[in-house]
Design a protein around this ligand. Structure first.
Ligand code: HEC
Length: 150
């Protein structure tokens, strides 16, 4: 059922919102990290369903990686978290939204991308909170990805 998630060309993908919202804006006050309950459990659950459908055959349903001929990397544990340590969460959002799934990049709705990212956070032990991550660039610039809570 992948077609349900793919877009007619007129829809907004992450590349489109990058263009619309503008790039190169300096980060705002970075007060929160991914350890501060920035996504909700319901969002991560939605993200898991999308992930299994769209990403799992390359990155594996348990995020251990290695499922594609190109050797998709693991998306959990230090190998993954140290790649993104210290960077705003918007970087991961843009990376996934514009380059994944590798065989059909920039095909996902921003909402699907951010839901999948919330699942990646949960699988990397970052705790859920009361609010959802929004599929919008500016708020994601204010949340820092760190590999550990402290
Ligand atoms: C066809 C196989 C394939 C699919 C499907 C796929 N990926 Fe990937 N992914 C790769 C490969 C290969 C790489 C490493 C090369 C590259 O960066 O393009 C990668 C790299 C990544 C990275 C960077 C890893 C890091 O440590 O920084 C992330 C994040 C990622 N993928 C997330 C996803 C998500 C989320 C999905 C589903 C929306 C997805 N991928 C679907 C093959 C795939």
């Amino acid at each position: 059922m992948m077609t349900r998630l793919l877009l007619p060309t007129a829809c907004l993908t992450v590349t489109t919102i990058l263009t619309l919202e503008g790039m190169g804006i300096p980060p705002l006050a970075q007060t929160r990290t991914v350890w501060d309950g920035v996504y909700s459990e319901a969002q991560a659950h939605r993200g898991q369903e999308l992930y299994v459908e769209i990403c799992g055959f390359c990155h594996r349903d348990d995020l251990s990686g290695g499922g594609s001929a190109a050797g998709a990397p693991t998306l959990r544990g230090p190998f993954f978290t140290t790649q993104w340590h210290g960077r705003p969460l918007v970087d991961l959002f843009v990376r996934v939204g514009t380059t994944m799934p590798q065989h059909n990049p920039d095909s996902l709705l921003p909402q699907a991308v951010i839901d999948i990212i919330s699942f990646l956070l949960r699988e990397n032990k970052m705790p859920p909170g009361q609010t959802e991550l929004p599929p919008v660039l500016d708020p994601l610039r204010e949340i820092v990805f760190t590999s550990r809570p402290d």
